[in-house]
Design a protein. Structure first.
Length: 259
């Protein structure tokens, strides 16, 4: 997807960026060393958000960041609020840090660190782009390993989401997205999302329909794999579908109000 509108300069100019990693009950599958490889380029910091986990996630994360100084830290939420709220709170913390670019990445590393870097690089490469999103497009030569059921359900959801948003986006749900810190992003993060799992669509809607928003790109990933231990249950998938219908209705209402 590519859209372009009136230019709005980024609010800061350094090349720092902060990647937010939402974590809920990840003690079993957290590969801390692999995640901390994000720091290796010397310009990327990491904010782990523990979303009220009931297992040892908080302690594991605290041990992981102990010797890393300010470049890796843990934001602890007292109550489980869902991935969307954890991402929002993490992004707000990252924005408050003053980084000109912020991002989020699923803790299970379905999107590997190297691919997250390619998503971030899209913002380095194109000054006119404010949002870069990983897209899981399975083509020959790419290692996109997704169960057929997840793939087809995902395609139905993504097609519906694209219709709701009114742009030709291929994959709204990939857990690797990067954002330039603009007035549009700050506004988009001000209030909690209404949906736990369809929050990516809400976030995109807020950004796309913000008067100040600029370019969006999708970055086709070279590698992505389903990782065991997903917390997205069949019930949550139905919920995400219902949320999407609600988001569509409220978007229509918003648009009419703005006319
Ligand atoms: N904050 C928060 N994060 C969650 C919750 N459930 C899952 N997550 C995080 O959201 C990310 C994605 O969760 P998964 O359970 O891997 O979701 P998924 O079904 O694998 O999603 P896909 O990888 O896109 O198929 C991980 O970093 C989780 O720790 C939750 O209730 N709250
Ligand atoms: Mg996952």
């Amino acid at each position: 997807m590519t859209t372009a509108a009136a230019p709005s300069p980024p609010l800061a100019t350094s090349d720092r960026r902060v990647v937010v990693v939402p974590c809920f009950n990840e003690a079993e599958r957290l590969d801390g060393a692999a995640l901390l490889a994000l720091l290796d380029d010397g310009r990327t910091d990491v904010v782990f958000v523990d979303d009220g986990s009931t297992d040892a996630t908080r302690a594991s994360l605290q041990a992981l960041v102990r010797d890393r100084g300010p470049r890796a830290r843990v934001v602890g939420l007292d109550q489980n609020g869902g991935k969307g709220e954890a991402v929002r709170r993490g992004l707000l913390a990252a924005v408050d840090d003053g980084a000109p670019v912020v991002a989020f990445l699923d803790a299970d590393l379905s999107t590997p660190v190297a691919e997250m870097r390619r998503v971030l690089a899209a913002l380095d490469d194109r000054e006119d782009v404010d949002v870069a999103m990983g897209a899981r497009v399975a083509l020959l030569g790419r290692a996109i390993e997704r169960s057929p059921a997840r793939h087809y359900l995902g395609r139905v959801f993504a097609t519906a989401a694209s219709t709701v948003l009114g742009v030709r986006v291929y994959d709204t749900q990939c857990g690797a997205k990067a954002f330039r810190v603009t007035a549009a992003l700050r506004d988009a993060l001000t209030t909690p999302f209404s949906s736990r799992w369809a929050f990516d669509v809400e976030l995109l809607a807020r950004l796309l329909w913000h008067g100040d928003s600029r370019g969006f790109v999708e970055v086709p990933l070279a590698s992505w794999r389903d990782v065991k231990g997903s917390k997205l249950s069949p019930k949550a998938m139905v919920r995400a579908g219902v949320d999407l219908i609600r988001i569509a209705a409220s978007a229509r209402h918003d648009r009419r109000r703005r006319r």
